[in-house]
Design a binder for this molecule. Structure first.
Ligand code: GRF
Length: 191
């Protein structure tokens, strides 16, 4: 089972997923891809001798990135803090094998512009008592694919958006690799 990780930002989830599967003989983090030359994910790829690619929006829209996927026999695409929209071509080609993690309890606080601290600031503004993470399949609409997994965390009245981000990351580090592993095992049984 070969996984490609897509990331745009800091890449701490990428780091965590790489470490989780480092010694796994059946699940292999094969590629790291980013639209941002400064993404931390590229350094983690380097540190772990994983191939990486940087591409721009138009390369994502044409066949360049898709070709990279097929040349590397990628089975599952994992979006870990990836900010560009995935083109429909990908979704058709991968037939459901693209997943994303979102830092809220979808359908709340999803959609265009809802990423990073924007999400947590909106949660505070609405005086939510809880937030959490959602891992979901990717379809042609932002954050609307079928939900695979959710986990909540409590929001205290005094929490800042940074406090919430910390709580969310803790959940992501614990559960995202576990969910990827479960999906990968399920998929390999279907082959
Ligand atoms: C995560 O909170 C994830 O849910 C969201 O973007 C953030 C990425 O963080 N989609 P990092 O780049 O992995 O540190």
């Amino acid at each position: 089972m070969k996984i490609a990780l897509f990331a745009s930002g800091k890449g701490s989830n990428v780091k965590n997923i790489i470490n989780y599967f480092k010694h796994n003989s059946s699940i292999n983090v094969q590629l790291i891809l980013s639209n941002n030359l400064n993404s931390g994910s590229l350094q983690y790829a380097k540190d772990n001798n994983i191939k990486s690619y940087v591409f721009n929006k138009s390369e994502l829209a044409n066949n360049i990135v898709l070709d990279i996927m097929s040349n590397n026999n990628i089975d599952l695409i994992v979006l870990a803090g990836f900010l560009l929209k995935i083109p429909e071509k990908f979704i058709k080609e991968f037939n459901g094998n693209i997943i994303n993690i979102h830092p809220s309890l979808l359908p709340k606080y999803g959609g265009k512009g809802m990423y990073g601290e924007n999400v947590h600031k909106a949660v505070i503004k609405n005086k939510e008592k809880e937030s959490g993470i959602t891992i979901h399949y990717v379809n042609e609409n932002y954050d609307q694919g079928n939900i695979i997994f959710q986990k909540t965390c409590i929001i205290n009245k005094t929490d800042t958006h940074k406090d919430i981000a910390k709580k969310i990351h803790t959940l992501e580090y614990k559960y995202f690799p576990e969910v990827i592993q479960k999906l990968a095992l399920k998929n390999s049984k279907n082959i």
